[in-house]
Design a protein around this ligand. Structure first.
Ligand code: 5RP
Length: 234
C-alpha cells in the first residue's frame, strides 16, 4: 500500500504530464523519488505513442527511465531542452529551492540551465516559508575538502549564518561520492536570509563545484496534496 505522501507525489507527476508535456518535446528528467514517480507515469504515455526525446540528471534516473521504457539521449546530443521536471527538498513560494538530498545537484543544475523552462514537482510537505530547514548540500572536490569546508563555514558566517553545522555526507560508514566523483557537505544553516546571494558566493569558493540552492531555475510548481488533489502555481 502506498503512503499518502507517495500518492501525492504520483498525482503531482500525472498533473505535470497533463499540463506541460506535449508530443515532440525534449525533456530533462529530474532525480529523487518524486521525479521517479513522474518518469514511471511518463513511461505509460510513451508506451501509448507519445513521442519524446529525453535526457536525465543522474545515473539513478537513467535506470528508472530505462525500466519505464523511455529511450535516453546523451545530454551532449540533445541540444536545448524544452522542459525539465525535477523535485525539491524545499521550495518557497517564489520557487527558490534547496536540492541535492539525493546528491544529484550538479547534473540537475546543468540540465535545468540547459532548458527553456523548469517546472518543479512535489508533494505539499516540501513547501516552506523560508529556506534552510533542510541541510544545504554543497558538492566539493575530494582534494583538500576540509580546507573547502572551512571556507564554506566562513562564507556562511558572512551571510549571517553563524552556527552552521557542516558534515560530510556518509552512507554505510563511507563518504558519499556523487555521479561526478565529488563529496557532499551537508550544511545545517537554519533560515537562509538571502538565498540568491549565497548561491553565488558559495560557488566562488575554490573546491566548491556546485551548491544545492536553485534560485533562478524553476518557473512554477505542481503540488500534490495528501488528500489526493493537486494544484499548479506559476
Ligand atoms: C536529488 C534531488 C531530489 O530531487 C530531491 O532530493 C527531492 O527528492 P525526493 O523527491 O526523493 O524528495 O535534489 O539530488
Amino acid at each position: 500500500m502506498m503512503s499518502a505522501q507517495d500518492e501525492a507525489k504520483k498525482a503531482a507527476g500525472r498533473r505535470v504530464i497533463e499540463e506541460f508535456v506535449t508530443d515532440g518535446m525534449k525533456l530533462g528528467l529530474g532525480s529523487g523519488t518524486t521525479s521517479h514517480f513522474f518518469v514511471r507515469e511518463l513511461g505509460k504515455h510513451v508506451a501509448n505513442g507519445l513521442k519524446l526525446t529525453c535526457t536525465t540528471t543522474s545515473r539513478s534516473t537513467n535506470d528508472v527511465a530505462r525500466e519505464a521504457g523511455i529511450a535516453l539521449t546523451d545530454p551532449n546530443e540533445i541540444g536545448e531542452i524544452d522542459l525539465t521536471v525535477d523535485g525539491p527538498d524545499e521550495i518557497d513560494r517564489d520557487f527558490n529551492m534547496i536540492k541535492g538530498g539525493g546528491a544529484c545537484l550538479l547534473w540537475e543544475k546543468i540540465i535545468a540551465h540547459a532548458s527553456k523552462r523548469m517546472i518543479t514537482v512535489c508533494d505539499e510537505s516540501k513547501i516552506v516559508d523560508r529556506l534552510g530547514g533542510f541541510p544545504l548540500p554543497v558538492e566539493v572536490v575530494q582534494f583538500a575538502w576540509k580546507q573547502t569546508e572551512r571556507m564554506v563555514t566562513e562564507a556562511l558566517a558572512d551571510h549571517r549564518i553563524k552556527n552552521a553545522v557542516i558534515e560530510r555526507r556518509m552512507r554505510d560508514g563511507q563518504p558519499v561520492v556523487t555521479d561526478s566523483g565529488n563529496f557532499i557537505l551537508d550544511c545545517r544553516c537554519g533560515v537562509i536570509p538571502a538565498p540568491a546571494r549565497l548561491e553565488i558566493e558559495l560557488n566562488r569558493i575554490p573546491g566548491v563545484v556546485e551548491n544545492g540552492l536553485f534560485t533562478r531555475e524553476s518557473r512554477g510548481m505542481v503540488v500534490g496534496r495528501f488528500d489526493g488533489s493537486t494544484y499548479v502555481a506559476l
